[in-house]
Design a protein around this ligand. Structure first.
Ligand SMILES: Cc1cc2nc3c(=O)[nH]c(=O)nc-3n(C[C@H](O)[C@H](O)[C@H](O)COP(=O)(O)O)c2cc1C
Length: 187
């Protein structure tokens, strides 16, 4: 076994696309890997100081799209370019945005699944950002990505994860087991 100093190497990390509205009402998006489930109907995101942060200071609503192989290039782009300096940021992605039905935030139609969220709490707020705890208000899933039981089918989505070790994106593979079940073999 080789040892490494502490690093932000939690694995696997998601590729979350945070959608908000700029002050002029135009949609914005940014990439966030440091986020996850916080509680039953709540998520958390570690938010730096971005245009998105300013948007969230004006309005508590945002969306979380889950990036895919098909949206990879534009998803990375929104993570390296700021709306502060690039007003044409979303136009360059080619993404089409409609207003979320339940939140004041854009839903981008290129993502198979999107969460509509509302900030509940900001933790450790400072000039460099804060940790968001947000309520999941609603989840929208493109019908093409539903399983036979009518629920979202993760395998169909071709989601990507962020590899913080080599700064890569890795495609999620196929289902290999049954949670809360396969382990029973060893009971
Ligand atoms: C792979 C990747 C992961 C990122 N993760 C985060 C994150 O978890 N939190 C964060 O504040 N910024 C994160 N960023 C940086 C923002 O996405 C980036 O600064 C973006 O340009 C902000 O856009 P905005 O200023 O238009 O809001 C990440 C960027 C990339 C490429």
């Amino acid at each position: 076994m080789k040892n490494f100093k502490p690093k932000a190497w939690m694995l696997p990390q998601p590729v979350l696309i945070i959608g908000t509205y700029n002050a002029d009402g135009s949609p914005n998006a940014m990439n966030a890997a440091w986020g996850g489930q916080w509680d039953v109907n709540e998520i958390m995101i570690s938010m730096g100081a971005h245009a998105t942060t300013e948007n969230l200071n004006r309005c508590k609503d945002f969306t979380v799209g889950f990036a895919t192989v098909d949206t990879l290039v534009a998803s990375d782009y929104v993570g390296i370019v700021s709306a502060k300096t690039h007003p044409d940021k979303i136009a360059n992605t080619g993404w089409r945005a409609t207003k979320g039905e339940n939140v004041e935030a854009p839903v981008f139609d290129c993502f198979p699944m999107t969460m509509e969220c509302r900030i509940k709490e900001k933790l450790y707020e400072s000039e460099s950002g804060y940790y968001i705890i947000a309520e999941i208000v609603n989840i929208v899933c493109d019908e093409r990505f539903l399983a036979e039981d009518g629920k979202p089918d993760v395998e169909k989505m071709r989601l990507i994860t962020f590899d913080p070790v080599h700064n890569g994106y890795v495609a999620l593979g196929e289902r290999v087991g049954n949670a809360f079940s396969d382990g029973k073999e060893l009971k």
